[in-house]
Each structure stands twice: as structure tokens, then as C-alpha cells.
Design a binder for this molecule. Sequence first.
Ligand SMILES: N[C@@H](CCC(=O)N[C@@H](CS)C(=O)NCC(=O)O)C(=O)O
Length: 204
Amino acid sequence: MRLIGMLDSPYVRRVGISLKAMALPFEHQPLSVFRDFDTFAAINPIVKAPTLVTDDGSVLLDSTLILEYLERLVPPERRLTPSDIHDHIRSQRVIGLALAASEKTVQIVYEFNLRPVEKQHQPWIDRVKGQLSSAYDLLEAEFADIGNWRFGSRPLQADITTAVAWRFTRDALPQFVSATDYPALAALSQRAEALCEFLTLPPD
Ligand SMILES: N[C@@H](CCC(=O)N[C@@H](CS)C(=O)NCC(=O)O)C(=O)O
């Protein structure tokens, strides 16, 4: 399998870390959706990161759909979603919040970095900032008073995606989220970033 995309994307990073956590072999091709547009387009004309090229040559996109496919390749003990239905609902909610936090961060970064200053629209920025804060407030509540990981003894997708989202926002918009305001998320990030799967796939 080939994972295409740079690790500064939280979507690419969560797929890469998940591949490692599931012990699935893969090759990483860190193409940029901006700087390597043409090379990327030759693999996936939509130019979305992550893109996964499967062993049979299929080209998959969207991290959630890619992870759904990967979950089917491994036995239950290596899957990253809880088997209990109540835990599964909770896990889907946490992942949804973390994906929303990632998306809102990307929107703010694109607004600041891709749009000329005179075309930036403050009401839109304020709306997205509010959504970003709400997502992290709810995630903080989800991770308060847990043991090491949200659903037991090993990190699952909810832990991975939340830790990846937190690191992404902290790196991209340090002025928007602080460890003081979100101590449970900061502690989760510290635990997760010390894992081999995270250390070998740092944001680039
Ligand atoms: N929902 C998608 C979001 C992926 C996404 O937006 N990736 C960004 C990079 S962080 C991208 O491809 N940007 C280029 C573009 O949208 O044209 C997923 O989970 O994979």
C-alpha cells in the first residue's frame, strides 16, 4: 500500500499512525497538495490528502473511508475501534469532534495563508474560531478523568485522531488553544506523542 500526502495534514498523519498501530506495511510518499500538484494529480486527479493506493491499485480518498477499509484487513485485536456498541458510539462522537477541530483549523489556516488580507472575512473567521473552541471544549470533557486511553489499555482511533488534531492546531494556531485551558488534551498529546507510532511519523 502507498500512503500519499504530507504529515503536516492531520488526516494523513492519523492514517499513517493507524497503519503503524495496526501493523500494516505501507510506503509513505510525502507529496504536497500545493507544491507537488501535478505529481499528485497523476496519482489522484482530485489532489486530496490523504490518498491511499491499495495493493490492487485502487485509489482511495478521505481518511475516514480509508480507515474503514484498513479496519477490515486486520483481526479484531488489531482494530482501532471498540467492539462494544456503546463504546463504539462514544468513539464515533469523539472522532467526529476531533475531525471537526481539524477541519476548522484547516479553514482558518487557509483563510490566513491562501486568501489575500483584503479578502479575509472577519465574521467567517469568528464563526470558525467559535466552532473550533466548541470542538475542543467538548473533547476536553471527553478526556477528563480517563486513565491513559479513552477506551482501555491501548490507544484506539479516538485517542489517535484527537491527539493528532490537538498537535496540528497547537502547531498551526498556537494562539488559539493552550495547554492551560485544555489540560486533559495536553496530557493525552504528551502520552500519544511519546509512542513509537507517533514518533516515527512527526508532522513535517
Ligand atoms: N475529509 C477529508 C479531508 C482531507 C483534506 O481536506 N485534506 C487537505 C489537506 S489537510 C487537502 O487535501 N487539501 C487540498 C484541497 O482540499 O484541495 C479527510 O478526512 O481525508
